[in-house]
Structure formats: C-alpha cells, structure tokens
Design a protein around this ligand. Structure first.
Ligand code: ADP
Length: 554
C-alpha cells in the first residue's frame, strides 16, 4: 500500500526560496579586512542568485547538468553561486584553491567545467593554468583583480572574461525554476587524492537537502535563526561542511571570513561580530588559541564550535574550555559523507570525567548514517568499545560511487565500496554499546610494530598534552627488528628546548612502554595538506630522504 503523502522533490531550489522568503532578514556578512564588512540580507542574496542564474543561462548558455566551478573564498558571492547553480539544474563544482597546479588542472578537465567563477584575488593562481584547461569557456571574475594577468594566455585558449557585478546587473529578479529530479546532481567536490588521481564525489539535491536538515539539528550543529555561524572551513572543503545550505534552511546569520583566515583577523572578527557558532579543522583552532594566549580578545560569544576533519587533541579542547570558556564539539566526516558522519555531544547525565570521556570521542551517528565495523577477518565486529575494525557507513548522503568523468560510468573501486554497497572509510576504530565512535587511526597511518598496532593519533594526543609541545605528528618508519616503529616529530613552544628523555618519561606514564617512540625529531612546523590536516606522507618522505634531524634514544 502506498502512502497518501505528496511526492515533493527535495531540492536546493526549495532551500533558496525558503531562505529568501522566510528568513529574508537574516544576513551574510563578509569580512573585508578594512573595518567595514559587507552585509547582505538573505532576501538580497536570493535575488542576486536569481540574477546569476539568468546570467549563466541566458548569457553564457549554461544548461542542465553543466558544471560551473568556483575558485573562491567564503563570501556572499560564493553563497549566491551555491544557491543559483544547483537551482537552475547546473552543477556547482567547488575548487580547492590550495591544491597544486597539476591537480587543479586535472580536476577541472575531468569535471569538464564550462565556467569558472573566480575571486579576483585568485587570478594569479588561475591564469597560469588556463592554457591547459580544455573545457572552460567563460571566466567570471568576482571582486577586484588584475585581469591583465589573462593577457599572457594565448588567444586560442583564452576563455571569455566577465565581471560578476556587470554580468548580473539588470537581469530579471524572478526565475521560473525547472522542476528537478531530487536525484540529479547539485554539487561536486574532489577528494584531495593522497594516492592516485583525485576522486569526484557528486552530491544530489536530495542529499544536500537531507544533510542540511541534519546539520541544523540540535544534536549536530544546532543552527537557528537566533544565531550567527562563522564557517572558517572553506566552502571548497566539503561545502563548508554543509553550513551554507543549512543556513538558508534555518535562517542562521553567516559571518564569512573571505581570505582573512589567519589567527589575528579571525580573533578580530569574532570579537567584533560576535558569532555564536564556528567550524574549522583543529589547526585553525590551535592557531587561534596561540593568538589569544599572546593577545587576549573576547571570544565568549561562541557557544559552540564544531571541530573536525582530523582528530581533535583533547588538550586543545580542554584549553578552549578552561582558558576561553568556549566549547569545542568534535565531529567526524569525509568528502564522501557530505560530510556529517558523527558529532560528539555527550549523553544525558554524563558529567565531569565521564562527560570528557564522551567529548573526546568522534561522536554518535545521526539516524540517517548507518555504521558497521569490519574486523581484520572480514566479519562485523560488535559495538562493545573494544573490538576494532574498519568503519563502513551507508545512508542517503553517503557516496555510492565516484564521478567517472563526462559521459563515463561511475567508479566503484573495491577498496572504497563493499560489494553490498557500503562506503569503506579507511578509518579504524571502535564503537561503544551506546553508539559512540572512537577512531584510533586511518588504516594507512596505523603503526604496525611487531604484530601489534600502535595508534599514531593516540601518541600525538599525549605528546601534545606536554607543556613544551605546540604540535606533534607521529608516523610509521621502517624498522629492521619490528617491521615498523613510530617516529615522533614535534614542534616546540616558544622558549622550550628539546628534552627527548623528559618527553619519553612523560609518555611512559601514559601509554604501554613498547609504544613509546625511540625516534624523535624537532621540526619548525608539521606539514599540512590543502585543507589543513597533518600531511603524514610528506613527513614519511622527509624521513626517507634523510631530511630530518632524528635523535634515536637507546
Ligand atoms: P582527505 O582524505 O583529503 O583528508 P577528507 O576531508 O574527506 O579528505 O578526509 C576525511 C578523513 O578525515 C576521514 O576519513 C578521517 O580519517 C579524517 N577525519 C575527519 N574528521 C575526523 C575526526 N574528528 N577525527 C579523526 N579523523 C577525522
């Protein structure tokens, strides 16, 4: 028997219309760095998104399924693109502006992007790539920028160049939006491709819609129209974790940092604009903590800060609590999971140490994300907080395949998708009987020492709790006797000196003695990936190439 309910497709168009009408007075504030932030209401953003859709369709000939890329910071115009492109039936393709040139070129060609919306300040990055970009017909330059950089591009390879404001000015302020199928592509994002080519994840209208509902939910980020969110996480890093689309649903005001992502301007914008929510990877919050320790500012407006993308050191969480009175809430996810996979809100009744035990986990799964752990022998492991396995997930906003390229079949590599259709995350951990996930490592970062596994993340968290240490990254290095052993690379706090024996004693009190690293090296900074995570393959390579000054303790 079928239901008697209406079959209304869940689309980004509905999010756009809802936000503009119901939350028309909510605002998007973009930091400009000159003391006069730019402010636009959702209503204005909605109208400008309609004008952008007209410009792309009527003027540039963009149609259903065409890819329109953005190479932009977090700002109001990027928000307009987020709404306009999917609503007109085209596909929003956010480009990671920190990728190396060859990867960016590969990605644009693979996605066959027809248009690139680019912030003028990023033209120096894009211009040199243009001769290799085969599919790009139009460049839309947003904000001021040196367009003379494009003169060097040979005429035959030069796309048509448009100025955003001129392109959308005077266009109609109504749009007869197409009735889209909710399973059509709305947006796409490539994983940064640590091995092999980058892989394209294509989000549907339905997945964006359902994911937005969950982002707003109290047990996730709890975004409401009474609040202001500061997504420091870039709009090219898994759609700023879903916050922009979720904002047009809940009406939460947005504070967009644009290109001002350094600790000092972040502290300044938090103090003056008083956001109640923010989201970013741990490195950003490490930097902000150091900034605020050196030069205190009032950041107490922040009621909740979502932290994810890599493991959050408990010492960082505690420092935010104790020094700043700001609560960091850990979340786990991936490009393939839209990204919301878990959020670590403690259960009712947990207080004191017990509350901390929950807060330092990766968190609980929302109802739409099903999870299982696959043990070394391929069997499903129990949720007992002890039995470890690789995490597999499935759900309506979890990828079932990767984009194969224009006209090509989707790709379902065996190491990423199980035969029965679950996503293999490559993350290893345990799940407690009340559904809290604790990740011990990425499968490829686990240190396999003499038949035992050592969690690199666990060692890092302990080392980073030492008062002399600002940051620490641990990687596996080859060892004749044990197969692999941990190498600890540490960044010291200002004024501290390297006392490896003291660090070893500190660790011995916290982990099993056979897990304590013998190899130590002080580094100026831990190398980071394009989205600010520890780049362990770079550390492994530096070690192999003999570039690190390693001290081996007896
Ligand atoms: P990349 O693979 O390029 O880093 P993603 O941003 O998709 O791209 O990374 C997803 C991965 O980041 C996860 O598989 C996991 O290993 C790691 N990760 C994300 N959030 C957390 C977290 N809270 N704790 C530990 N690891 C995390």
């Amino acid at each position: 028997m079928l239901s008697t309910m209406q079959d209304v497709p869940l689309t980004v168009t509905r999010i756009l219309v809802h936000g503009s009408l119901v939350h028309g007075k909510s605002t998007v504030t973009t930091w400009t760095g000159d003391g006069a932030p730019q402010r636009r209401t959702f209503r204005e953003i909605g109208v400008r998104a309609i004008q952008l859709a007209h410009a792309l369709g009527d003027e540039l000939g963009i149609g259903r399924g065409d890819r329109v890329a953005t190479l932009m910071w977090n700002n109001a115009e990027h928000m307009e693109a987020y709404l306009a492109i999917p609503s007109m039936g085209a596909v929003l393709h956010t480009l990671n502006l920190r990728l190396p040139a060859d990867q960016l070129t590969w990605i644009v060609n693979h996605a066959a992007d027809r248009v690139v919306l680019v912030n003028g300040t990023l033209l120096p990055l894009l211009a040199p790539l243009l001769p290799q970009l085969r599919s790009v017909e139009h460049l839309v330059v947003v904000g001021p920028g040196d367009t003379s950089l494009l003169d060097a591009v040979p005429a035959g390879n030069r796309p048509q160049v448009h100025a955003y404001e001129e392109l959308i000015a005077g266009r109609p302020t109504r749009y007869d939006w197409p009735e889209l199928d909710e399973l059509e592509a709305a947006a796409m994002c490539y994983t940064s491709g640590t091995t092999g080519d980058p892989k394209g994840v294509v989000y549907s209208h339905r997945s964006v819609y359902l994911h937005s509902l969950q982002v707003n939910a109290a047990e996730s980020m709890g975004l409401t129209s009474h609040d202001t969110s500061l997504p420091v996480v870039p709009m090219f890093h898994v759609n700023a974790w879903g916050i922009p689309h979720a904002a047009f649903m809940s009406g939460i005001n947005l504070l967009m940092p644009d290109r001002f992502l350094q600790p000092a301007p972040l502290a300044e914008m938090i103090e003056s604009e008083r956001p109640t929510h923010a989201a970013a990877v741990p490195t950003i919050w490490q930097g902000l903590l150091a900034e605020l320790t050196a030069k205190p500012r009032d950041v107490t407006s922040l009621k909740q800060v979502t932290i994810g993308g890599s493991a959050c050191p408990p010492s960082l969480m505690k420092a935010f609590d104790e020094q700043l009175g700001v609560r960091l809430v850990q979340a786990w996810g991936m490009t393939e999971t839209s990204p919301l996979g878990t959020v670590a809100h403690p259960p009712a009744g947990a207080e004191g140490e017990e509350e901390w035990d929950y807060r330092i986990t990766q968190g609980r799964f929302p109802a739409s994300v099903e999870a299982r752990l696959i043990g070394p022998d391929g069997s499903v492991m129990p949720w007992d907080g002890r039995s470890a396995g690789e995490l597999e997930v499935r759900g309506p906003w979890i990828a079932a395949a990767y984009f194969g390229g224009a006209g090509e079949e989707p790709l379902r590599p065996e190491d990423k998708f199980s035969p029965d259709g679950w996503l293999r995350t490559g993350d290893v951990g345990v799940i407690s009987d009340d559904g809290y996930l604790t990740l011990t490592d990425r499968a490829k970062d686990v240190i396999k020492s003499g038949g035992e596994w050592i969690s690199s993340v666990d060692l890092e968290n302990h080392i980073m709790a030492h008062p002399d240490v600002a940051e620490a990254a641990v990687v596996a290095v080859p060892d004749e006797r044990w197969g692999e052993r941990p190498l600890a690379t540490v960044v010291l706090r200002e004024g501290a000196t390297a006392d490896y024996a003291a660090l070893r004693t500190f660790l011995e009190a916290r982990v099993a003695h056979w897990q304590v690293p013998e190899r130590w090296a002080v580094v100026q900074a831990v190398p980071k990936t394009s989205v600010g995570k520890f780049d362990k393959k770079v550390i492994r390579r530096s070690y192999a190439d003999g570039e690190l000054d390693v001290t081996q303790l007896p």
